[in-house]
Each structure stands twice: as structure tokens, then as C-alpha cells.
Design a protein around this ligand. Sequence first.
Ligand code: SF4
Length: 333
Amino acid sequence: MAQPLLRRLHSTCPDARLTVLARPHVAPVFRYMPEVEQVLVAPFSQGKLQWKELRQLVCQHLQAEHFDRAYVLPNSFKSALLPWLAGIPVRVGYVGEMRYGLLNQRLPNPDKNQPRPPMAEFYAALAGTPAQGDYFNSERPRLILPEAEVQAARQHFLGNSDATPLIGFCPGAEYGPAKRYPVEQFAALARLFIRQYPHGKIICLGGPKDADIAQAIAQQSDLGAGHMLNTCGQTRLDQAMALMKSLQAVVTNDSGLMHVAAALDVPLVALYGSTDPQHTPPYTPQASIATLALDCSPCFARECPLGHFRCMRDLAPERVYALLEPLLSNHFQ
Ligand code: SF4
């Protein structure tokens, strides 16, 4: 969701060198953005000040680069402290957590009484120039993966398998269970897919924390290894991205991997529970949104505050499959 900002900065000033400072779990994504020249990894955990690491990063890397400008995307105090400590002369960002002294070009925080703005547009506004197109087409995020990496990942994880179609499940969501489609419903969806496509295969993608969820889906679907491969926790992020590029479609919670699928041009069905498809949509014309849009939604809670979790529990696998099927039949036309 940061990429439309990077693209806009690059097109406004094509000779500028763009460096991204990112935490380790997202840093690989920026390496596939053509606008980005350099990626620095910030060894920080969320919510902790980590003064020693902060000073080290500033002294060893940021000051030496003599950056002219910094665009601060997160709203935290710590993220604005870094460019201020590094002496970067122009520091742009939203006011966020009372960062008046740290940022010298500030945009006001969005009105809390209004629906949250779309994230890509929220970040891109920091560029200070108008959008050139719309965020679902010409301005949308795109990741460029070398074909050799795609082939290597396919060979490593799928060997000479001739299963077709290949689809992905992304059953995790770091934010919390209120963003995760239930295991039994993913399992039922898997059965619907294999009933229609007996030569198909489902690849579960995610990090180590998602491995148990994917394992439970495999067990409850009762499909066996020939029809389902659990790669959660078995891949680096760049390998998961390369593997995803081989898939005909992905069914995904509202998560980082959903945005990766969109930016890789992989057709997808996005499942929304406690969050808002207007706020964090998959920026692609090839996405179908599965949401019940209940009165209590979006609550943006990590766990259902009402206890019933109807936003996901009532989202029938048949309804999700009805959105998936056209994406597959388009592929086989
Ligand atoms: S309150 Fe509503 S939207 Fe929020 S998690 Fe519960 S069912 Fe879903």
C-alpha cells in the first residue's frame, strides 16, 4: 500500500534515489518494486523504543547516506524520531502521535468521526502531488518478480507435478482471529474446489504462525497430500511470493499476502470479517470481495467483541466458491 507513494515520488523526480527503511518481515517486498533503489532493514519490534538499536541505525546507516527528505508512513513517535535524529532536513508525515517537533511538513490526521480513508491514497497524499490515475488500474501497486525465481520456487515446492488448476489459500492474518476465515469453512471450500477440479491442488501460503491453521484445514478437508500442500513456515517471503505467481487464483483473508497477490496480478477472492474493504482493498481489477457487510462491521477488533463472529461464520463456503469459480473458468477459456 506504500507503493503508489513511491511511484508518485519517482515520477515527480525521476533522478531521485529512493531508499526504503522497513522492518525485516516486509523488507523483501520492497526489493521487487522497480522504483526502489535500496532497502535498509530496521531491526525493531513493534511497540518498543529499543534506544540502542535506534542510535546504531542512525549513526551507522542513516547519517552516512545524507538523505535530503524522509517520508514517514507509520504514525508512531519512534518512526518520526529516526529521521530527526539522523538530521534529515525535510521530514514529511501525518501528525500521528503528536509528532509536531519531529516532522516539519505535516498533514493533519484523518477525522476520527469519518470512515477510515483508503490506505494507498492516505500514504500517496504525502507526495503532495495529485494522483495520475486510479488505484485499481494505472496507479495500483505492482511487484516485478524475475521469471527465474518463479520457476525455481515452482520446481522446489511442486517438482514435476502436473496438477491443474493450482490455487492458493492464505489462511493467516497477523492482526488477530477476527480477520481469519474459520478452518472448517476453508476445509469445506477446499472440498468444493476439488469436487469441481479433481486434478487441482491447493497450496497453503503463510508464515510459521499459520502452519497449524493450514494443517487443521488439510485434516478437516480430508483431501490428502496430493490435493493440498502446506508451505506455511516452510518458505521465505520471497519464495512464497514466487510460488504465488504460479497460481491461477488465491483465496485470502485481509492480510499482507492478499496485497502481495494483488500486486503480482494473481486473481483473488478476498475475505473480510472485522475489517473494511473500502479501507484496505486489494488494489487490482482481478479481485472479488467476500463480505456480509453486517451492521456491526467493520469493528476493526482483533477478536469478535460480540462473541458470535457472524461476519465470518455466516459467510458460507458455497458463496466464496461462487466468487472463485469465475476466476478459474476465465483462466481455462
Ligand atoms: S463485531 Fe461483527 S464485524 Fe466485528 S468481529 Fe464480531 S461479527 Fe465480525
